[in-house]
Ligand binder design. Sequence first.
Ligand SMILES: [Zn+2]
Ligand SMILES: [Zn+2]
Ligand SMILES: [Zn+2]
Length: 130
Amino acid sequence: MSDISYVESKHAPPLAECPNCNHMLPQGLGEVTCEICSAVCRITHQPTTDSLISESIPCPSCNTVLVAGTAERPVNMTCSACSSSFMLTQKIIKVEIECPSCERQLRIRPRPGTRELDCPACETSFNVTF
Ligand SMILES: [Zn+2]
Ligand SMILES: [Zn+2]
Ligand SMILES: [Zn+2]
């Protein structure tokens, strides 16, 4: 059980905003706690839930196609054909931000709150808030 493989899910709920403070909520479904104001919000998104439950994933060891059967991520999957297990993890959403000085598109993983980014092209630092 030492070298477990990780497979990233193909589906993710859309990014949601906290109705209380308008900052971005941590990605997820169900009860999500706002990292800025600690409000607990319920996120439901039926199309994502449906596609997560019916998501099919090829086993990383033997390529047998398995169906997730649950909307939970991460979830530990066991292959019915070869009995190896792997983790099906949450898809990480990335967003594109434009550098204010050179207009280069940066792909970043959004995190709630304000953070400083350094543009790799022109080395300008700027703040982004989610
Ligand atoms: Zn909030
Ligand atoms: Zn397998
Ligand atoms: Zn730049």
